[in-house]
Design a protein around this ligand. Structure first.
Ligand SMILES: NC(=O)c1ccc[n+]([C@@H]2O[C@H](COP(=O)([O-])OP(=O)(O)OC[C@H]3O[C@@H](n4cnc5c(N)ncnc54)[C@H](OP(=O)(O)O)[C@@H]3O)[C@@H](O)[C@H]2O)c1
Length: 238
């Protein structure tokens, strides 16, 4: 196991849902955090966090300048990056049987769920290679492992996020960088509030996922977890 103390982790979309739960867990474990959020004022209870151990930068997936600025400001504050959690993501309804043209929704999902994580991976990799244990966790989805009904748009992007994870694992391996695709089913966050097929309180909790993320970040280089499939019901995968 590798100690969490003082290791620097970047987390996108850390202001709510899974990202916030990861941030809280890792902060308590002793990691130093660099949080990327669209709106800095949306970060809850930030006054309670030690400003030497937490910094907040603007990260908008669709604005590449914010990607560069976030990485640069992380280096300016801490001098290193040990891990990146590509968590920010969106769901838009795009299905095979749609009659309307929803190219815009599809393009937005590709930008936020796939292209931005690739951009952040490229920008942070040079620093992760210098860490003794560089880590990237891409929050993909169970929808990146199996297709449910005809909801093709989100699934395509999450399959791509899993592909990105495997390519990153290969690309960073020789320099000690390990990459994991986290693939949860339904998680109890704003994203699933309107789901009717299962009760919100029976969905996986963001806090349980955060605990898994911490464990993956602390595992040795010789215990790489390529995919972590987590489910709250007995689906085909996981
Ligand atoms: N909930 C689930 O059932 C579930 C299951 C599998 C995978 N996931 C994945 O888990 C990740 C986190 O989702 P969640 O459930 O925590 O959803 P959530 O509560 O809706 O949070 C989504 C996060 O992504 C951020 N975000 C959205 N668009 C962005 C953009 N253009 N630039 C930067 N940040 C942006 C949001 O920021 P704002 O607050 O500014 O909007 C928010 O922080 C996503 O990748 C999602 O696909 C979720």
């Amino acid at each position: 196991m590798i100690s969490s103390k003082g290791r620097v982790v970047m987390i996108s979309g850390a202001n709510r849902g899974i990202g916030l739960a990861i941030a809280r867990n890792l902060y308590t474990a002793g990691f130093f955090l660099s949080l990327g959020v669209r709106n800095k004022d949306s970060m809850p209870n930030i006054d309670e966090w030690d400003e030497k151990k937490v910094m907040i930068s603007k990260y908008d997936a669709i604005d590449k300048n914010t990607h560069t600025d976030w990485v640069n400001s992380t280096i300016n504050q801490y001098g290193k990056i040990d891990a990146l959690v590509n968590n920010a993501g969106i769901y838009e309804s795009v299905s095979v049987s749609d009659e309307k043209d929803n190219e815009e929704a599809l393009d937005l999902m590709w930008s936020v769920n796939v292209k931005a994580p690739l951009s952040m991976t490229r920008l942070s990799l040079p620093y992760l290679r210098k860490s003794i244990a560089g880590r990237i966790i891409n929050v993909a989805s169970l929808a990146g492992k199996a297709v449910f009904d005809d909801g093709v748009g989100y699934s395509m992007t999450k399959f791509a996020a899993v592909a990105l994870s495997h390519a990153t694992r290969h690309g960073g391996w020789d320099d000690g960088v390990r990459c994991t695709a986290l693939c949860p089913g339904y998680v109890a966050t704003d994203l699933t509030r309107s789901v009717e097929s299962m009760p919100f309180e029976e969905m996986t909790s963001p806090e349980d996922l955060a605990e898994l993320v911490k464990t993956v970040l602390c595992l040795s280089n010789s215990a790489s977890v390529a995919e972590l499939v987590v489910n709250c019901r007995p689906d085909i995968v996981g």
